[in-house]
Design a protein around this ligand. Structure first.
Ligand code: G3H
Ligand code: ZN
Length: 282
C-alpha cells in the first residue's frame, strides 16, 4: 500500500531504527524496490529526484503515477518522495501527484538564503500536508568561499549551525554531511560517527544520510545506531542493474527483446534493495 514518509520515519525513529529510501529512474526501479521490500518484509520509500524528472523530459506525472501505482499494488508499505528538488514549480507539483514528502534542496545557497527559501518551502509543505526534508550545505561560512553542497567531498555539517537551521526553517528532517558523497560505485566511504552522535544530540528532527551507496554495511549500521533515521540509496541499484545488463549483452549478441535483459537486471536490483533493507531490520 501507499503510505507516507512521515509515518515510516516516525515509526522508525520511535524504535531507534532507520528507514531506507531508494531512487526511482524507470518503472523497473519502482518494481524492483517494491519486490525488494516484499522480500525483506519491511517498508521502504520510493524517491524520484528532480534529475530523474529531467530525464523524463521534465514531466513528473507519468513516472510519478507509475511509481504510485506500484506502491499501491505492493504488499509492502511504500511511500512516495520527491528528492533533491531545487525548482519551486516542481515542489508545488508534488501535492497533485501523490507525494507525501519532498526533499527541498537549497544546499548550494549561502546559509541565510538557504534558510529563507527552505522556510518558505516548509510553510508551503505545512499548508499542503507535505513533509519537508532539507539539507544544510555550506559549513563554516567563511566570506568569499565558494558555496558547497553538503555532500561535496570533505564538507561536514556543524551541529550548532544545524540546530539553528532546523529551528529557523521548521524542517521535518535534515540531510547532513558526515562523510558520504553521492554516486560512489565502490563502498569505501567512512563516516564520522562522533559527528553523527553530536548532530543527533543537537538537532531535534530526524537525520538523513545521503549517498549511502558508497557506505559499507558496518558503517551504515553504526550510523543508524548513532541516530540516522533515513538512509538514501541510489547508485547501488544502478550498479546492480547495469552490471546485469552488461553481463547479459556480453554473453548474448542476438536478443533484441528488452525484457530478456531487463528482467534479470530488475531481479538483481531487487536483491540489492533487499540487502540494504535487511541491514536496517531490527
Ligand atoms: O538522494 C539520493 C541519495 O543521496 C542517493 O545517493 O546514489 O550515492 O546512493 P547515492
Ligand atoms: Zn542525495
Amino acid at each position: 500500500p501507499l503510505v507516507s514518509t512521515a509515518e515510516l520515519v516516525s515509526a522508525a525513529t520511535a524504535e531507534n531504527r532507520a528507514t531506507a529510501a531508494f531512487n526511482v529512474i524507470t518503472l523497473e526501479h519502482a518494481e524492483a524496490i517494491a519486490a525488494g521490500a516484499e522480500q525483506a518484509g519491511t517498508p521502504a520509500i520510493l524517491q524520484i529526484s528532480e534529475n530523474a524528472v529531467r530525464f523524463h523530459g521534465g514531466r513528473l506525472s507519468a513516472i510519478a503515477a507509475a511509481t504510485a501505482a506500484v506502491a499501491r499494488a505492493s504488499t509492502a508499505p511504500l511511500a512516495l518522495h520527491l528528492d533533491h528538488v531545487v525548482s519551486l514549480d516542481l515542489l508545488h507539483a508534488a501535492a497533485d501527484e501523490g507525494f507525501g514528502s519532498v526533499m527541498f534542496d537549497a544546499s548550494k545557497l549561502p546559509y541565510q538564503e538557504n534558510v529563507r527559501v527552505t522556510a518558505e518551502a516548509v510553510a508551503w509543505g505545512r499548508a499542503h500536508g507535505i513533509w519537508i526534508e532539507a539539507e544544510l550545505g555550506r559549513v563554516g561560512g567563511k566570506e568569499g568561499e565558494a558555496p558547497l553542497g553538503a555532500h561535496t567531498p570533505g564538507v561536514r555539517t556543524d551541529p550548532a549551525e544545524a540546530a539553528a537551521y532546523a529551528e529557523a526553517t521548521g524542517v521535518d528532517a535534515l540531510a547532513v554531511a558526515v562523510g558520504s558523497s553521492h554516486a560512489m560505485t565502490e563502498r569505501t566511504a567512512s563516516l564520522d560517527h562522533a559527528l553523527i552522535a553530536r548532530l543527533r544530540r543537537s538537532v531535534p528532527v530526524p537525520l538523513v544520510l545521503h549517498g549511502s551507496s558508497g557506505v559499507p554495511d558496518a558503517e551504515i549500521r553504526a550510523a543508524v545506531a548513532a541516530g540516522m533515521a533515513k538512509i538514501n540509496v541510489g547508485t547501488a541499484l544502478n550498479t546492480a542493474f547495469t552490471g546485469s545488463v552488461r553481463e547479459f549483452l556480453a554473453a548474448d549478441g542476438r536478443s533484441v527483446d528488452p525484457r530478456k535483459y531487463l528482467a534479470p537486471a530488475r531481479t538483481a536490483m531487487a536483491g540489492t534493495v533487499a540487502d540494504f533493507l535487511g541491514l536496517l531490520r531490527p
